[in-house]
Design a protein around this ligand. Structure first.
Ligand code: FES
Length: 90
């Protein structure tokens, strides 16, 4: 896991904030809430509530505590997140 700090933004989802920082994050479906590859773990800070689109994605899946789709979630204040990393990354 990679821990990063992100600034609040009501106009860009967390996925875009991460991409703007040129930090690698998978987003196979292009932010359409259908692949789940963009998921992050919110460590601290307030984020937007799950939309019906995101809730629909998690239905029937094992969602861990504080796990969110970064393409569907907005940071309401500065936040810390954990990013999943590829197996060969430390
Ligand atoms: S980019 Fe596919 S679910 Fe977020």
């Amino acid at each position: 896991m990679k821990k990063i700090k992100l600034e609040a933004s009501l106009t860009k989802p967390i996925l875009e904030i991460i991409q703007d920082k040129e930090i690698e994050i998978a987003s196979s479906c292009g932010g359409n809430a259908s692949c789940g590859t963009c998921h992050v773990f919110i460590l601290s800070g307030e984020v937007s509530k799950e939309t019906s689109i995101e809730s629909e994605f998690w239905k029937g899946r094992k969602k861990k505590k504080n796990e969110r789709l970064s393409c569907q979630t907005y940071a309401l204040e500065d936040i810390m997140v954990n990013l999943r990393q590829k197996k060969n990354e430390v």
